[in-house]
Ligand binder design. Sequence first.
Ligand SMILES: NC(=O)c1ccc[n+]([C@@H]2O[C@H](COP(=O)([O-])OP(=O)(O)OC[C@H]3O[C@@H](n4cnc5c(N)ncnc54)[C@H](O)[C@@H]3O)[C@@H](O)[C@H]2O)c1
Ligand SMILES: [Zn+2]
Ligand SMILES: [Zn+2]
Length: 369
Amino acid sequence: MFEIPKTMTGAYLPGNSTVEFKEYEIPELKHGEVLVKTKASTICGSDIRCIYNEHLGKGPEGYQPFMIAGHEPSGQIVQCGPGTRRFKEGDRVVIYHISGCGLCNDCRRGYMISCTSEAYRKAYGWQRDGGMAPYIVAEEKDLVMLPEELSYADGAQVACGFGTVYEGLEKIGISGNDAVLITGLGPVGLAAAMLCRAMGAQNIIGIEANDERIGIARSLELRKGSGIRLFDTVLKAGPDNVAAVRSLTGGMGCEKAVECSANAVARLTAVQATRKWGSIVLIGEGGLMSPDFAPSRDMIHDQKTMFGSWVTNMWRMEELIERLVRWNIHPADLITHRFPLAQAPAAYALMNSGNCGKVAVCFDEELPI
Ligand SMILES: NC(=O)c1ccc[n+]([C@@H]2O[C@H](COP(=O)([O-])OP(=O)(O)OC[C@H]3O[C@@H](n4cnc5c(N)ncnc54)[C@H](O)[C@@H]3O)[C@@H](O)[C@H]2O)c1
Ligand SMILES: [Zn+2]
Ligand SMILES: [Zn+2]
């Protein structure tokens, strides 16, 4: 029988742009918990901004020192604790990246991200151990089943980034009617393009500041080898962006805009390059809106709608996984670099540089040979 070790090496983030390793105990499972063998654990822009470079967020909201990092894990259940009801050993799973109390109104809606219980809201990789280790203790209620058609790396991409983007796109509604502007082409912006393309959007325009990422965005396809590009046009961020988007859309602007950069100027571009009656969703986090934003001119008189969107809920994550299989698309295609856990320092440094697509720490069959 498979022997689960007593201890393991995990990676934590001291907050000075380094990664450290430490030995951690693998605890006995409590009621409703499962032990997941980690297979893929991807790095998010939020990890870099809020934990790797400095520890933003204080008290229970902040990263707790020495917590195993990584809030985008996917893996296989190797042990079930007492009282588990649905999942069993051998199941392939994605871990929704926040464990909530399960009983507040937000948790009951499936949005554990905004659980209101100070005592029970704990994000994996922030306030409880996450995916940068060979094993993760997860609560059964935080699991989403990963079907055979999708790889563990696909699953890790769903745990935060793709789930977040799917939620934002469902808020504004994307169809074949839409020209879509995406600002900020990090992993989240690339995910937005992949899902918009799969949902039928015909004219997808991206704006990005980093030349390496512009090159990556231009080269990516809906499915590898399909010849269907993710973007119709990728523009370098600059002062003439609004005019350029208008000229690519018959002078009108896009029907929909997805803001994934968190940059103040790009936020204003997303609003101004959206046509009358159009919708904008803000996904990029932190910072401010440009001081040049004029609500009457930029929103009210053009009858536009703006949404904020924070992560997703449990059922929508399940729905997204079903759609990924239906559309035959693979979020892992956006991963440009895979590292073993021992090279986590290089993985975080690369993601911090921005000269990459998605970066993953992988285990077992998910590591390239
Ligand atoms: N709302 C949510 O629930 C949620 C969930 C996950 C991530 N996020 C946030 O989404 C954002 C994107 O995540 P990511 O992992 O792709 O991060 P990222 O930092 O890798 O990507 C942001 C991109 O924006 C680009 N950018 C900067 N200035 C720009 C400008 N003026 N015009 C165009 N592009 C510009 C950067 O070069 C970078 O490529 C981050 O702010 C992250 O914190 C939000
Ligand atoms: Zn994330
Ligand atoms: Zn709750």
